[in-house]
Design a protein around this ligand. Structure first.
Ligand SMILES: [Zn+2]
Ligand SMILES: [Zn+2]
Ligand SMILES: [Zn+2]
Length: 357
């Protein structure tokens, strides 16, 4: 993700900011241009373009309770005043329940990161209400706060509808689930990325010429999904999963392998993009003992050469982990990429960019 600057004083600001910490200006993010703008007193901002100027107003969710910092064109009246991210919501949690609003806001912040990435990659993010095979989100709470198995909301995807259990936004609950499920990497953003992988598989792989190649690489997804998952949870992952899959869960079924690989590709790209914009260049002298063409010539979201991306990625992850260890934190990147996993990421890269196999 690139570095954003306050539209008023140019001070760097975070993607999530609703105000500048330096000059106090009220801020809004314009997804059309991926720019952070400072707002006028009436909560609007006007961007001067080459031919015309465009006025933007706060997303309804932004205006109401700062639950979003995105803007919409003032004449965009088709979505009840919601921005391109908020309009994807099908169900939101009951905000009268104490604590729900804070959990929901955390989820929305991570969802905007997913939507940002999709926009950068030119992926369609039309809501279901506009397009039948579009995207929608249900943010649901467990009926029983003790998270008993019965009635528990399962995070998942079904024909474009992504369900997220809002407990995932509660750090204590997420860490407990991380331990229970033995998933060293369990993040809210990871959930969004993973579930979006299922959504885009339906759009970009299933009905296209990519399907045969996908089956060769990830396996045949027509094997029984329910049985495969039950076997995964009953018997544990196959012992050699690290040689073929990015995570143990990816070994459960080809669909999950795809979704985990997709998620990892988005993670890689966004992290590379952040590093690129901050001028963080690693020296990837040794990747398979070869000197690779490693210098990125353009922002990673625009880079079509997968090997260049990967040549940057490997040493960057080591640097990331070393930095984290220096500040006394766990590894930011608890993964090792086996050769077949890299080929799966390459495949995702080609599908996303529409590159020939
Ligand atoms: Zn400022
Ligand atoms: Zn919004
Ligand atoms: Zn999945």
């Amino acid at each position: 993700m690139k570095i954003f600057a306050c539209g008023n004083c140019e001070n760097p600001v975070y993607f999530e900011n609703t105000a500048c910490m330096s000059c106090g200006a009220t801020l809004g993010f314009v997804p059309d241009t991926a720019r952070m703008v400072s707002l006028d007193d009436d909560g609007s901002a006007t961007l001067i373009g080459a031919d015309a100027s465009t006025r933007y107003v706060k997303c309804r969710h932004h205006a109401r309770d700062d639950g979003c910092n995105w803007m919409i064109r003032h004449d965009d009246i088709d979505h009840d005043g919601y921005c391109i991210s908020c309009r994807l919501n099908h169900t939101i949690p009951d905000l009268d329940v104490p604590g729900h609003r804070a959990l929901w806001h955390r989820l929305e912040a991570e969802k905007r990161r997913l939507v940002y990435a999709c926009l950068q990659l030119g992926l369609d993010v039309s809501p279901k209400e506009v397009r039948e095979d579009g995207l929608a989100f249900d943010f649901l709470a467990d009926p029983d706060p003790s998270f008993s198995e019965r009635g528990r909301v399962l995070t998942g995807h079904d024909a474009g509808l992504i369900t997220i259990n809002i407990a995932e936004a509660d750090p204590a609950a997420r860490i407990r689930m991380r331990e229970e499920m033995d998933e060293p990497y369990r993040t809210i953003l990871g959930h969004f990325r993973h579930e979006s992988g299922h959504f885009y598989w339906d759009r970009l792989v299933a009905p296209t010429a990519w399907l045969d190649n996908c089956r060769q690489l990830f396996g045949d997804e027509r094997q029984d999904y329910g049985e495969a998952l039950e076997a995964h949870y009953t018997n544990g992952p196959r012992p050699d999963w690290r040689d073929h899959h990015i995570s143990s869960y990816a070994a459960s079924h080809p669909w999950e392998d795809w979704a985990e690989s997709w998620s990892h590709y988005l993670l890689m790209l966004d992290t590379l993009d952040t590093a690129w914009h901050f001028g963080v260049q690693t020296s990837p002298r040794r990747v398979d003992s070869e000197l690779l063409e490693s210098d990125l010539q353009r922002p990673p979201y625009r880079e079509n050469d997968f090997d260049r991306l990967m040549a940057q990625w490997m040493p960057l992850t080591v640097a990331l982990n070393c930095l984290n260890r220096s500040v006394g934190q766990e590894d930011a990147y608890p993964f090792a990429l086996a050769a077949p996993v890299i080929e799966k990421l390459r495949f995702v890269h080609r599908v996303v960019r529409g590159l020939p196999l």
